[in-house]
Design a protein around this ligand. Structure first.
Ligand code: GLP
Length: 213
């Protein structure tokens, strides 16, 4: 009842949020003492922008359950000082005793949150330049590819791996290649999701299209 949750956006978790709202309406879930921390947000999009992750979360979860506004956390894409915003986001997570359950999706290039494939990955919350591949993959939610923000703020791989338990949802044929690497036994920053192999409590839920069998 007093869980601290780490939450994702994207097409994959839409069904999960629908079920959570339904279970809440049926009295099977209570968010009175639950705290949520979202993984990431686009830079430059305000809460009322329909493609901001805050807007997505409000539509899919916040407006449908009894979360207290003060227990809802999402990194700000419009902060005046991003360095301070990143530091205070990780500090807020620590002050809550860390994340109990981190729910993740995965990008077609293996990104988790917005931790893009790179030679060096950042541990704490930070701002990132999105890769062309991610901008193309997420363009489906925008009127035009030119409207997709090119930067984001995201929990780092360190913030993610500190969670006590991780649940990863993998959906769709575009995830086949990176999903296979997830179970390869190799850990590489070229596919940030492979770092999950270093965590001792991860559950992966994958659909048949992503599994490709
Ligand atoms: C975005 C988010 C990720 C998410 C990914 C996959 O890029 N930053 O956290 O996992 O999309 O989204 P989808 O489920 O739509 O494939």
């Amino acid at each position: 009842p007093n869980a601290v949750l780490g939450l994702p956006t994207g097409g994959t978790p839409v069904g999960m949020y629908e079920n959570i709202r339904k279970m809440y309406q049926e009295g099977k879930m209570d968010f009175e003492n639950v705290t949520t921390f979202n993984l990431d947000e686009y830079l430059g999009l305000t809460h009322d922008h329909p493609q901001s992750y805050y807007y997505f979360m409000n539509q899919n979860l916040y407006s449908g359950v009894n979360l207290k506004p003060e227990n809802i956390n999402i990194p700000s894409g419009t902060a005046s000082d991003f360095e301070a915003e990143c530091k205070s986001y990780d500090a807020k997570i620590d002050a809550k005793g860390g994340i109990d359950l981190m729910i993740l999706g995965i990008g077609p290039n293996g990104h988790i949150g917005f931790n893009e494939p790179a030679e060096i990955l950042s541990g704490p919350t930070h701002t990132v330049d999105l890769t062309r591949e991610t901008i193309e993959a997420n363009a489906r939610f925008f009127d035009s590819i030119d409207d997709v923000p090119t930067k984001a703020i995201t929990m780092g791989v360190g913030s993610i791996l500190k969670a006590k338990k991780i649940l990863m949802l993998v959906s769709g044929a575009s995830k086949q290649k990176v999903a296979k690497e997830l179970f390869s036994g190799d850990v590489t920053t070229n596919n940030p999701s492979t770092l999950l192999q270093l965590h001792r409590d991860v559950v992966v839920l994958m659909d048949e299209a992503a599994d490709g069998q």
